[in-house]
Write a protein that binds this ligand. Structure first.
Ligand SMILES: [Zn+2]
Ligand SMILES: [Zn+2]
Length: 277
């Protein structure tokens, strides 16, 4: 009991910090979506309450679930990865470690994300993210925590194995920068913003790039990368035409309550994602 009580202040601080981040993100994205909207829609669109709840849930629960496996992985890596290699990685200039960390994390999460479309069991958990029929920055948070853990582990495990996430050298800055840049990028690619960024769209993920991944027809099996579209180009899954999709969502029925959405993957289903032959 005493232990539980001792944890409460930490938990309250985490919730307060998340609330502050949500305010900051909203101060950035609400005006952008108002002045540069791709589809006219109200901030208070269907499921917005759920998405805010998922914002808190998915920033608290997956981190707690992953803490022990990642700590064990860090210990294993320290024991198994040859010391000269670790020393070489830790000696890299900060910019090189950051670039390498971003690329390696995106490569891992590309495949974690792609498998969550191609393996029916994983699709059960990922379908919630694709159930959104109104896309805006908050849709970024709509996901099953198990789906979040799955894709995030695919991003983090290679970073840990290569030593890019350790506390030596440029390590802590790499993880902090990846987290902050990744947070803004992941909200931005969902934003209801009509901007097209020309050649930059081949370099970093943009709303048009990720909106096609949420398209209701045909292109849900494209644009898996979180940050670098070149990965989709390399693996034959890039789709980036000059327009935005007409409709978002999937044919899968999805319960509207959070409890229903959390339990949906465990219920009998007959539908599967559309995957290209
Ligand atoms: Zn997806
Ligand atoms: Zn998305």
């Amino acid at each position: 009991m005493t232990n539980i009580m001792a944890q409460i202040p930490d938990f309250a601080v985490s919730v307060a910090r998340l609330a502050l981040w949500l305010v900051i993100l909203s101060l950035v994205f609400v005006p952008l979506e108002r002045f540069f909207s791709r589809t006219p829609q109200q901030w208070a669109r269907p499921q917005v309450g759920n998405d805010i709840a998922y914002y808190f849930l998915n920033n608290l629960l997956p981190t707690a679930l992953m803490a022990l496996p990642l700590a064990l992985l860090a210990k294993l890596v320290a024991m198994l990865v040859p010391a000269p290699f670790q020393a070489w990685v830790h000696g890299l200039p900060a910019w090189a470690a950051i670039v390498a960390g971003l690329i390696v994390a995106d490569l891992g999460s590309y495949w974690g994300h792609r498998f969550s479309h191609e393996w029916p069991l994983l699709w059960r958990f990922h379908a919630l993210h694709h159930s959104a029929e109104h896309i805006d920055y908050l849709v970024n948070s709509r996901a099953h925590p198990i789906d979040v853990v799955w894709v995030r582990m695919w991003g983090l495990v290679p970073v840990y194995i290569l030593g890019l996430g350790s506390t030596a050298g440029a390590g802590p800055w790499v993880t902090v920068l990846i987290a902050v840049a990744g947070t803004f990028a992941s909200f931005f690619v969902h934003a209801n913003v009509r901007w097209r960024l020309g050649p930059l769209e081949w370099l970093v993920a943009t709303p048009a790039f990720h909106h096609w991944h949420h398209s209701k027809h045909d292109h849900i099996d494209h644009n898996y990368a979180a940050t670098f579209p070149v990965l989709d180009a390399m693996f034959g899954t890039l789709y980036l035409p000059g327009k935005f999709p007409d409709e978002y969502g999937t044919a899968d029925p999805m319960p509207t309550t959070i409890a229903g959405q959390m339990l949906a993957p465990f219920e009998k289903r007959t539908t599967a994602p559309v995957v290209r032959e």
